[in-house]
Design a protein around this ligand. Sequence first.
Ligand SMILES: [Fe+2]
Length: 229
Amino acid sequence: MSDSPIRDAATKSIYERGLEEAARAGWAVIAGTIEGMCGFVDQSEHYSTTKARTTDNVISELRPTGSESAAPRSLSKIHGSKALPLHTDGAHLPEPPKYVVLESGSEVTDDVSETFVARANPLFTGRSERADWSNGIFLVDGGAQNLFYASAYSGHYVRFDPGCMTPADARARRVCRLVRGTEPDYVHRWGDPGKLLILDNHHVLHGRAGASDAPHRVLRRVLVSQETR
Ligand SMILES: [Fe+2]
């Protein structure tokens, strides 16, 4: 792997193709590094990195966190190091980031619990389900007294995180029940180092297996937004 992937046209195209593949299929697994992805994004006119919280670094480290020390309104606050239910990242932001890019940061990759991925679109192909996702009202707690109402589907992207979104009507409660009963379409096992998992955060949900037995689990994450062309 090049130390300067942004100057390496072949490597650059790997990251661009990975993002495009995730947009097409819902997720993509590519060979690469998270620094390489950031380098590509920094040089791109079409993509930019974003942060879930202003105090985060561009590359954030995700570790199993007990509920007592977890951030407010986070899923870890509710579930601790148990399994994290299906959700999208950045649901508290005005527009959630298009992509979530994950890399194992654990030296012992066998110790990294799986990431679950489920396509959201099949959950609202029916007319009544689509009405629930489009019109059900959630109260979103974005922190710092930033409260707003939103649906789980904007027409362009999915927003769903039971950590910061409270259902405010029967339609929204049905969306929650539907997601709770959803099986993943893909289970990513982190045994293969040097790989990135790219999720289309606008169209797929993701979750985490229980990490109580994986105290050293570390994932590194960067959030990528796509500029409107
Ligand atoms: Fe997440």
